[in-house]
Design a protein around this ligand. Sequence first.
Ligand SMILES: *Cc1c(COP(=O)(O)O)cnc(C)c1O
Length: 388
Amino acid sequence: MKKSDNSCAIKQIPFGRPILGEEEKLAVLEVLDGHVLTHGPKCKKFEEIFADYIGVKHAITTSSCTTALHLSLLGLGVGAGDEVIVPAETHVATAHSVEHVGARPIFVDVQRETGNINPNLIERAITERTKAITVVHYLGLPCDMKAILPIAERYGVAVVEDCALALGAQYGRDAVGSMGVTGCFSFYPSKHITTMEGGMLTTDDDAIASRVRKQRAFGYDQGYGQRNVPGIYDIVMLGYNFRMSEVQAALGVVQMSRLSDFLKVRHQNTKILLERFQEIDLVTTFPIVQDSARSSCYCVNVMLPDTDGYIREEVVARLNEVGIGTSVHYPVALPLSTYYQQRYDCRPTDFPIARWISEKTISLPIGPHLTGDHMLYIADKLTSILKM
Ligand SMILES: *Cc1c(COP(=O)(O)O)cnc(C)c1O
């Protein structure tokens, strides 16, 4: 392997940096020069491209992944008195969307090997109030759907996929976002592609798609483009304004054309880093391939050696000092966060793995803004920090 010989030249390695070029700028200007600024042809185009990529009938633009999750639960009819199973270690949006519809998140611990929800713990969390299981493809590695989908079917509960970090991940022949009743994606700046803020809901279910489209836009009976007489509509349900603008969708269309290149670099960078870590044998990482699951490689999550000598915050500070940006996924196991702990009186001992991941791991950058030399630099610096 090539030796890192330009380590002095590397000054700053941000954890995430969106790649936006001339094409994006032109696409945005085109929208600004036109007269349709929201729910117009760019959103439609983005939805078509996305549905095609995931392999589903419907893709519906939203204002964020959070609102896509919210609309999914509304579309499934989840409400007050219902329960939704949620992994204990995830972005807070996964649980908040359940709270927003008046239901209760039931937290389930995750697997030590992957950070994904532990299928063996799902069944005992199901009650007659359970309406859905939200799975999160943790840092891009698809969950064990072969185990989860049959459980959901047996109990008649829906599966919602939180794919915020998993655009481009595959489970056998299936793309993530095509296996559950709905899939929810995020286009926040640090994710695989960006529309600044933005999200997408995917589904094969016509009835859910129709309801989601209405509730995304105030509960109108007909969408903007479907009205016979402009300005004339009826309101058939309680709805929200969770739409995406044309500028955002224009960015999304261009970003989708770059996705396969982005994914290629993410895989290459991840491989270089993982190989190097294997050689030096100091830290452990989550796999990027497991059975038929192939990760979208959001970042490389390293677990510090299981001895007391390493304090994560110190290692992070040292990495940051030498210009390596880091993140933590996610900094608090949700049942132990102040809001959820106080609301449901969750016991810390019930979520040992989620807690361990939240306290012990560091997320390292591998995004398309970085090269193989950056990876070697990161590996070298982390090694010397840990050997200090
Ligand atoms: C980022 C993220 C979200 C929230 O996405 P937004 O588009 O910012 O609402 C939800 N779930 C997971 C797993 C995430 O990482």
